[in-house]
Write a protein that binds this ligand. Structure first.
Ligand code: CUA
Length: 316
């Protein structure tokens, strides 16, 4: 059984912070020490006290001292850095796996039972391994409170692991500039007790939309767009972003490029569905191909119906 120190948000905090404080301490010591020496020399060797400059021809003792001391200092810094970093490379065998998927411009997290969320949920005091998947370009997953950060490289299998030690919500964001809406890749980690986590992971009602009589279909459609990060590239007010705006789209004719051919299509259910599952099949004129990946695994047929309701409502 693992128990990360409850004083810390993760098992890596103590090691990383110690290395940081050691380096900061050494830096502050030298900042002060060198400033004092500099001031003393300015006073002691100023021109009216010391009018003749003299030439020193080397000093073996000094050479040894200013080689040995910095060597020891960098080795001390290296030691603490290494001790803080080494455990990060050794994920335990029995840890829970979560697939962390990054794309322009959102994160999603897929659990072993297939559940997908936009926020990372983890149980406290248990090791979690994130399998890092980048679908398009370089991203980097950073959880400052846990002191973990790892690049996500398309085509490379990389992992990150940690044991959360404190309940609560912590920031999680992309820290590799990955294009125009990089700053949209901002979400969170929610750490909760095991029983709460179990209740959450087995609860599939949150993942299955529709059958919600409280909220209108259009509002649920908006929620689907928000959750999938669509708004990073598509505006609601007609502003031209990376992709076409939602506004005034539904039911109108659009000039699209299909392969190399230009043609006119009507924005109907089939068109919306194809735009989400095969975004590069019909590219609206004036926009670039290849900027959107298929949302086949992210967005169900039922959710597309909700999105269409939202698009209709926007026209009213
Ligand atoms: Cu993804 Cu920045």
């Amino acid at each position: 059984m693992y128990t990360a120190d409850p004083q810390y948000a993760s098992n890596f905090v103590a090691g990383v912070d110690l290395a940081f404080m050691v380096i900061l301490g050494i830096s502050i010591f030298f900042l002060i020490a060198l400033t004092i020496v500099m001031l003393v020399f300015i006073y002691k060797y100023r021109r009216d006290r010391h009018p003749e400059a003299i030439q020193n021809e080397g000093n073996n003792k000094l050479e040894v001292i200013w080689t040995a001391i910095p060597l020891v200092l960098v080795l001390v810094m290296f030691y603490f850095g290494w001790m803080g970093w080494k455990p990060m490379t050794n994920p335990p065998e029995e840890a829970m796996h979560v697939k962390a998927i990054a794309r322009m411009w959102n994160f999603s997290f897929q659990y072993e039972n297939g559940k997908i969320t936009d926020t990372l949920y983890v149980p406290i005091n248990e090791p979690v391994i994130l399998d890092l998947v980048a679908l398009d370009v370089l991203h980097s997953l950073y959880i400052p409170a846990f002191r973990v950060k790892e690049d996500m490289v398309p085509g490379q299998e990389k992992v990150m692991w940690f044991i959360p030690g404190t309940e609560g919500e912590f920031d999680l964001f992309c820290t590799e500039y990955c294009g125009l809406e990089h700053s949209y890749m901002f979400t969170g980690v929610k750490v909760m007790p095991r029983d709460e986590f179990d209740a959450w992971i087995t609860d599939t009602t949150a993942a299955a939309p529709v059958v919600d009589t409280e909220t209108s279909l259009a509002d649920q459609g908006w929620e689907v767009l928000r959750r999938n990060g669509c708004n990073a590239c598509h505006s609601v007010d007609g502003t031209k972003l990376i992709g076409p705006s939602y506004l005034g789209g539904w039911g109108t004719m659009r000039s699209v490029v299909t392969g190399r051919e230009e043609r006119e299509v009507v924005v109907d259910a089939e068109y919306v569905r194809r735009s989400i599952y095969e975004p590069n099949a019909d590219v609206v004129e004036g926009f670039n191909k290849g900027l959107m990946l298929s949302y086949k695994d992210m967005c169900s047929e039922e959710e597309i119906v909700l999105i269409i309701e939202y698009l209709k409502a926007l026209n009213e």
